[in-house]
Design a protein around this ligand. Structure first.
Ligand SMILES: Nc1ncnc2c1ncn2[C@@H]1O[C@H](COP(=O)(O)OP(=O)(O)O)[C@@H](O)[C@H]1O
Ligand SMILES: NC(=O)OP(=O)(O)O
Length: 313
């Protein structure tokens, strides 16, 4: 196979702000990101595209709750499955169109993906994954009181609802994804970190109410299929030390040891940059060779070593 990359696209990176939540805006952002990924593919990379669903899965859950007087509610695992379908469609269509414009003869498959988690994961008792809309503090606290939500302040961007986010243990469809890659097919998979399922003693799978961190699942998938590169596409060109402060310092190259140290020093916000750095660390600890964090428009120049944050052993 050519060089293999797992490219993780952030759910928030598809939504600029609260006034750009509607599907045409998400399509536009997805098309822009897919344009840069198509460039990567035409440069010889075999790619699995994973994606977040934090905002989208929260919107679906809320929509389901708001319409419960008239329609059945949708469990959180099904909300996750729905977001995989919608985002998979969005990415497939955008890539198809890019390939058509560039004369690239490639097919794209979007795979409904399940991720096994541990039913005893303590995360079920301690919700940490921000989903849905950003709210002001007053609204967030009212919802927490009225609807029983857990809410947190999300990385200086506003308040959000949080749900359990157990660690991914195994990507059920990894062999399918690998087989498709070997056949030269571009894969969209492990969306939203994969639909969380637990496996019983007989090997049967059961959906559970959670949202898995897509950066951690993507890293696990990257190791499982032996990817050469784990690339995280998000809203920032580079990761920074002292992020948002006057002495902010962007990082170009970081060793595994430095990444661990900076994480310990608290440079990476929980629920946003911290999981990306931790996922990159896990990827390298399990034998991966390079992780890059950058923004969609900088993917080609980051691959050329000109920008992005490169995390290496
Ligand atoms: N140290 C840091 N360096 C750069 N960005 C950071 C840092 N800490 C927090 N962030 C924030 O993390 C965001 C990326 O996280 P998030 O929006 O949750 O990702 P996703 O694109 O996967 O949805 C960045 O846009 C930035 O606002
Ligand atoms: N599932 C998940 O990690 O989504 P975000 O990347 O959108 O937070």
């Amino acid at each position: 196979m050519e060089r293999v990359a797992v490219v993780a696209v952030g759910g928030n990176s598809l939504i600029k702000d609260e006034s750009h939540r509607a599907m045409p805006y998400q399509e536009e952002a997805a098309a822009e990101t897919m344009r840069h990924i198509a460039e990567m593919i035409s440069g010889g990379w075999e790619v699995v595209i994973t994606h977040g669903n934090g905002p989208q899965v929260g919107y679906l859950l809320r929509r389901s709750e708001l319409s419960r007087h008239e329609l059945h509610e949708i469990p959180l695992d099904y909300c996750g499955a729905d977001t995989q379908g919608a985002t998979g469609y969005m990415f497939k269509k955008a890539l198809h169109n890019e390939f058509a414009l560039r004369g690239i003869d490639k097919q794209v498959a979007a795979i409904v993906t399940q991720t096994v988690v541990d039913r005893d994961d303590p995360a079920f008792e301690n919700p940490t994954k921000p989903v849905g809309s950003f709210m002001d503090e007053k609204t967030a606290k009212e919802r927490a009181e009225k609807e029983g939500w857990t809410v947190v302040e999300d990385a200086g961007r506003g308040w959000r609802r949080v749900v359990p986010s157990p660690a991914p243990v195994r990507i059920v469809e990894a062999p399918v994804i690998e087989a498709l890659l070997k056949a030269g097919i571009v894969v969209v998979g492990a969306g939203g970190g994969g639909i969380p399922v637990v496996e019983d003693e007989r090997g049967l799978l059961h959906g559970v109410a959670a949202v898995i961190d897509k950066d951690h699942s993507s890293a696990l998938l990257a190791n499982t299929i032996g990817a050469d590169l784990f690339l995280i596409s998000t809203a920032v060109e580079r990761v920074a030390l002292n992020f948002g402060k006057p002495d902010e310092r962007p990082l170009s190259k970081v060793t595994l040891e430095e990444a661990r140290r900076y994480r310990k020093e608290g440079h990476f916000a929980k629920g946003s940059m911290e999981p990306k750095i931790s996922a990159a660390i896990s990827f390298l600890e399990r034998g991966g060779r390079e992780a890059i964090i950058t923004s969609p428009e900088n993917i080609p120049s980051a691959l050329a070593g000109e920008t992005g944050t490169h995390i290496v052993p």
